[in-house]
Structure formats: structure tokens, C-alpha cells
Design a protein around this ligand. Structure first.
Ligand code: GTP
Ligand code: MG
Length: 196
């Protein structure tokens, strides 16, 4: 995919405030700090388009980006941020579940896991919920520049066994080295046009 244009559109607090549009959508989900906003910047080749932070809980709304006037990326707030104020944590589920289940133009969710962490109970709960809701899911393993080749192979095997996902479906990515960038775009293209 050649990215000709990428722009921030809006931050929506709920499904009802999402843009009135028929462009297909790809959403990015995963625990707080896993690298969702960084991956979007990397896929779009725009360093500062999406705000990233080493402090978990940076993204608290459904953040919309327009790509090539034809596609939306939606950066979702992360889960699993224990120190977030209760008011923020309580809003997460209705906001994110309501959006994912109700948004007709949604084509797939890119679900991110940190290569250095064992999938948490919240990760597994979210994956179960995606499967039950029959939402096409593209699993991505982030920050792979932080581990050695051996560790990467070991951790991918562990993640596959804990999640039950086939190892070949787990795409390793790094925004530092851009590893996995074109594979993720390929998966996105397949989700946008399943018959191609
Ligand atoms: P929330 O908005 O809080 O849900 O977090 P997020 O998932 O959007 O994470 P974000 O993209 O803000 O990244 C969190 C931290 O991880 C930042 O300090 C990033 O620089 C770092 N990071 C993200 N991806 C990578 C990667 O591939 N490699 C390395 N080394 N660091 C990364
Ligand atoms: Mg973020």
C-alpha cells in the first residue's frame, strides 16, 4: 500500500460519535503500552501523526485517521492499565465493545501482544470476546527488536500455545527496524478484499 495521505480526523467517545462514512475501517487493539499508536505511525510512515508515550493509558478515545481518502485506521484505547482512574477503566468496555460490535464498516482488528510478556488474563479474555463476536483478527507481536532471535522463536511458540493461535498467524513487528511492516499491510489488504 502506498500511503499518499494520512490525516487525523477525530476522537470519538463512543460508537454514536464515529464519523458518518462508508470507508472500510481497521482498528488497533491491545493492552496499554503494547505499541498500537507506534505501529500506526510506522505503517503510515508518519512519525508524529499519532501520539505515543511511555506512560500507559495515553489513548483514551476512539482516534480516527484517514488514509488515502479511502480507509480509516482507528486507534483504540488500551486495556490492562491498572493505575488508570476508575472512571477511565469503567468506560473502556462499553466504548470499545460497543464500537467493535456495532461498526458496520469495520473489516478487521489488529490485535497486538508484547513479545516480552506472557499474554495476560485480560489479553485472553479479549481474544475470546473477539472470537465469540466473530470479528476478523490479525494478531501482531510487537517490539521484537528488544529480544534475541532465540528468544523471539521461544516467545512466539509460547504465545501460540497460550492463545491457541497458529504460530504462522503471529506477525512479528518492530517499529525500530520496520520488521513486519509489509506483512501487516498484506494482511490488511486481505481483510479489505477477502476475494482478491
Ligand atoms: P496506549 O495508548 O497507552 O494504549 O499505548 P500504545 O499501545 O499506543 O503504545 P505506544 O505506541 O504509545 O508505545 C508505548 C511505548 O513502547 C513507547 O515508549 C514506544 O516508543 C515503545 N514502542 C512501541 N513499539 C516499539 C517497538 O517496536 N520497539 C521498541 N523498542 N519500542 C517500541
Ligand atoms: Mg496509544
Amino acid at each position: 500500500m502506498i500511503v499518499h495521505s494520512a490525516n487525523f480526523i477525530t476522537s470519538a467517545p463512543a460508537l454514536a460519535s464515529c464519523p458518518d462514512s462508508e470507508w472500510p475501517e481497521i482498528a488497533f487493539a491491545g493492552r496499554s503500552n503494547v505499541g498500537k499508536s507506534s505501529l500506526i505511525n510506522c505503517l503510515l510512515n508518519r512519525k508524529g501523526l499519532v501520539r505515543t508515550s511511555s506512560t500507559p493509558g495515553r489513548t483514551q478515545l476512539l482516534n480516527y485517521f484517514a488514509i488515502n481518502e479511502a480507509l480509516h485506521f482507528v486507534d483504540l484505547p488500551g486495556y490492562g492499565f491498572a493505575r488508570a482512574p476508575r472512571s477511565v477503566r469503567e468506560k473502556w468496555q462499553p466504548m470499545v465493545h460497543g464500537y467493535l460490535q456495532g461498526r458496520e464498516s469495520l473489516r478487521a482488528v489488529i490485535w497486538l501482544l508484547d513479545v516480552r510478556r506472557n499474554p495476560s488474563p485480560e489479553d485472553l479474555e479479549f481474544l475470546d470476546w473477539l472470537e465469540e463476536s466473530e470479528i476478523p483478527t490479525i494478531p501482531v507481536v510487537t517490539k521484537v527488536d528488544k529480544v534475541s532471535k532465540n528468544e523471539l522463536a521461544r516467545n512466539l511458540a509460547k504465545i501460540a500455545s497460550v492463545t491457541g493461535l497458529p504460530k504462522e498467524l503471529l506477525t512479528p513487528v518492530s517499529v525500530q527496524t520496520r520488521q513486519g511492516h509489509s506483512e501487516v499491510w498484506e494482511r490488511i489488504s486481505m481483510a479489505l478484499d477477502p476475494d482478491a
